[in-house]
Design a protein around this ligand. Structure first.
Ligand code: CIZ
Length: 307
């Protein structure tokens, strides 16, 4: 598309807004997206919040600025809408660490044990699971299970964190979010030394030796609430650094310090230019085969009804 080359950023944003109206579309952006993508979005949030927006909107087209499993979750909840992911390469390495076949084998090893699948899983893995969970509600979901033993996939760090909070016996999968697992204790200690008044807020996908340093452990929606309500003026943010744009915008009088290693290259694949192209061509689409969608929907709806 040659003409794209002539756009400056302002013109590009205008064109996105014009096309959005023409297509009757909504733009949803994850908390980890680039600042300019967050700024053009109708709603910025975590994967569950975004999917709920996708289900509630009257828009016909959803441009999902996030990673593949999130766009799939939006489609699972709203199959009648056209769900677009501006770059199909935006995957999630954590979600890719478990396949439906591997999960089937694990279930065969532990017959009758329910499976809680973190939302960072493919639709096909959700379809093999009893219920889904997010970083915000994993403890509550696992506690709500009747069984004493529960399989939790795929994030081992989050699973261990949850295990410390419940009396359940949790059978873990050895998946890791490379972005959170990369956050080093020494980096946090260095920032704490430079900013002794700052509170450290950490995502439960971080390693345990990092979580030990935290004043608060929560998912991104929890972080947004926590930094707003807490009287502290400085925060070290232990999650993907894209969220800092939103935190600064919503709390202009507070300071936020990023862990520079916490950057997710997949989240950064979505650019304004790709959002524009996606709206213009109504591609690339994300869909899920209907039999898998219905089973995955069951696991997602069970989570929604519990929480
Ligand atoms: O569920 C999400 O959106 C992810 C991946 C992280 C979080 O804590 O919000």
């Amino acid at each position: 598309m040659e003409e794209d080359l002539f756009f400056n950023d302002e013109k590009l944003k205008e064109e996105i807004l014009r096309l959005k109206k023409e297509r009757e579309a909504i733009i949803l952006a994850h908390n980890y997206q680039r600042p300019e993508v967050q700024d053009i979005a109708d709603y910025v949030g975590d994967s569950l919040g975004l999917s709920q927006q996708a289900a509630a909107t009257e828009a016909k087209v959803i441009v999902f600025c996030g990673v593949h499993f999130m766009a799939e979750t939006a489609y699972i909840l709203s199959p009648q809408k056209l769900v677009l992911l501006p770059d199909l390469r935006a995957g999630c390495p954590l979600a890719d660490m478990i396949t439906p076949d591997a999960l089937k084998k694990m279930k065969a090893k532990y017959p009758g044990v329910p499976v809680v699948a973190y939302v960072n899983t493919s639709a096909a893995v959700k379809a093999e699971s009893t219920v889904c969970s997010t970083s915000a509600n994993s403890v509550q979901i696992i506690e709500s299970m009747q069984n004493r033993r529960v399989i939790f996939v795929p994030d081992e760090n989050l699973g261990k964190y949850v295990a410390r909070k419940t009396n359940k016996e949790i059978i873990l999968w050895k998946g890791k979010c490379p972005t959170h697992h990369k956050i080093k204790r020494e980096s946090v200690l260095r920032l704490k030394k430079d900013h002794p008044q700052a509170k450290f807020v950490a995502h439960p996908e971080c390693r345990q030796d990092v979580l030990e340093l935290a004043d608060k452990i929560c998912g991104t929606s929890g972080m947004v609430k926590y930094v707003k309500q807490d009287p502290s003026r400085e925060f070290i943010i232990g999650t993907e650094l894209g969220i800092i744009h939103r935190l600064k915008r919503e709390n202009p009088n507070k300071e936020f310090y990023a862990l520079e290693e916490a950057i997710c290259p997949n989240m950064k694949l979505i650019t304004l230019d790709k959002v524009y192209r996606s709206l213009k061509t109504l591609t690339p689409k994300v869909t899920v085969p209907e039999d898998i969608r219905l089973k995955a929907l069951n696991a997602v709806q069970k989570m929604i009804s519990i929480t």
